[in-house]
Design a protein around this ligand. Structure first.
Ligand code: MN
Length: 323
């Protein structure tokens, strides 16, 4: 990590007289089993029935902290992706990523595994042998805009991300820019992701972009956004047009801040594919089932690859960011 000392303008103690902004929507998580015969359950807040996206962020899964001492932990067999980036970020434990480009990369807390699917890739994710007792993390997706969604697939591991500290908060900039620091991770549209760790009694104000919309995921402990305490696992949507996001805590907590320019393209999201039409998704599915070379081969995973589910009878319709 790279630690950056910042001046008082970057992370500001909250003025108690400032009424600030209000939370707009509280998006409760739902429990979803991940694919595969040994699936673990995650808490999903995007897509949500009341909101599909926050900026280009279109998928938010939060899992753990789980004691995996006696269990298998994460075991997600090889499966394909198109038109998106996967962002793997941990708070505890480790996950081993393998992909069809030949990447084999362990990710740990404070490090980013970023996979840009582009026109097609496949990968697996597993708790490695000898793993830590506790697994806790998020998997997030960004939708790639039209200009980037047909690009060549890529995988990047970033172990040296900027960390900004002040006002009882420690902010790791995972993607994009925040509080004067910029992540080296590649993005296809203006967006941000940051982990914010709050010391007990912290009250911080993060300067943000007026043309971004934002949301905060409460990850651990006690997290207060604006003046509202947020249940762990819940995503609060904060809208756009803000200059600041206020984060506080009583006895300490951890949150993820996500944001970006509202994503105006209509998408079809189905299984692990993001496309623009039913026919495109049907082709993605058929080519994965036929082991088309577009998705390559994941080597080394101790198990079979995942088969795609059956397409619904109704045609999939492109939908906008609202719902
Ligand atoms: Mn995946």
């Amino acid at each position: 990590m790279t630690y950056i000392d910042v001046g008082p303008d970057e992370l500001v103690d909250v003025d108690p007289a400032d009424p600030g902004d209000a939370c707009v929507e509280v998006l409760a998580p739902r429990d979803v089993p991940l694919g595969g015969p040994r699936a673990m359950t995650v808490r999903r807040t995007l897509p949500h029935k009341d909101r599909r996206m926050v900026g280009a962020w279109c998928f938010v899964d939060h899992y753990g902290p789980d004691d995996i001492t006696t269990g298998l932990g994460m075991q997600v067999p090889p499966h394909p992706h198109t038109g998106l980036q996967t962002v793997s970020w941990l708070f505890d434990g480790e996950v081993l990523h393998r992909d069809s480009l030949g990447s084999t990369q362990l990710v740990r807390p404070g490090e980013l595994n970023l996979m840009t699917a582009g026109r097609g890739i496949s990968h697996s994710e597993e708790s490695p042998g000898g793993h830590s007792p506790v697994l806790h993390g998020v998997q997030l997706w960004t939708a790639l805009p039209e200009h980037a969604r047909h690009r060549a697939p890529a995988f990047d591991h970033h172990a040296d991300l900027p960390v900004v500290e002040g006002s009882g908060a420690s902010v790791t900039v995972v993607m994009g820019s925040l509080t004067g620091a910029t992540s080296p991770a590649w993005t296809a549209s203006p967006l941000v992701a940051a982990e914010v760790t709050l010391e007990p009694e912290a009250a911080s104000r993060l300067p943000v972009e007026r043309d971004f919309e934002y949301a905060v995921l409460s990850v651990a402990g006690h997290v207060v956004v604006d003046d509202r305490a947020i249940d762990r696992g819940t995503l609060v949507y904060l809208g756009a047009g803000r200059d600041t996001v206020r984060l506080g805590t009583g006895n300490g907590g951890t949150a993820m801040l996500l944001g970006g320019v509202p994503f105006e393209e209509q998408l079809v999201m189905w299984w692990n594919f993001i496309g623009r039409s039913h026919d495109e998704i049907a082709t993605d599915r058929a080519e994965w089932e036929a082991a088309d070379p577009r998705f390559g081969t994941v080597r080394g995973y101790p198990g079979d690859r995942l088969n795609a589910p059956v397409l619904p009878h109704a045609r999939l319709r492109p939908r906008g960011r609202h719902r």
